[in-house]
Design a protein. Structure first.
Length: 102
């Protein structure tokens, strides 16, 4: 049985990003696999090892979901295949100004 090798990791179907398992060049079309689902994405930017790219289009203010957890929100619209990093995402963890009093 042949094992498939993937260049990306996406853990949950609700994730809006996947992670590069190697440096990947701009314009590369790759297969993203998550559980039983597989789909192709063409990268709009070069993605460094360990960095994220969008697997779903996101509007400004949308939650960014990685490994099934919200890790931040978009600062502007983000297209599928776009690099997702500090230039277009604001983190939500550890933000005292984001605490909701109960």
């Amino acid at each position: 049985m042949r094992k498939e090798r993937f260049q990306t990791m996406m853990m949950k179907p609700e994730d809006s990003v996947a992670v590069a398992l190697a440096a990947i060049e701009k314009g590369t079309t790759l297969t993203v696999a998550c559980q039983q689902e597989r789909f192709e994405i063409t990268l709009k930017h070069a993605i460094s090892f360990g960095h994220k790219f969008a697997v779903k289009a996101m509007k400004q203010g949308d939650d960014v979901i990685k490994y099934g957890e919200v890790i931040g929100s978009t600062l502007r619209p983000v297209e599928i295949g776009e690099h997702v990093h500090v230039h277009n995402v604001e983190g939500k963890r550890g933000r005292g100004d984001k605490i909701v009093e109960s």
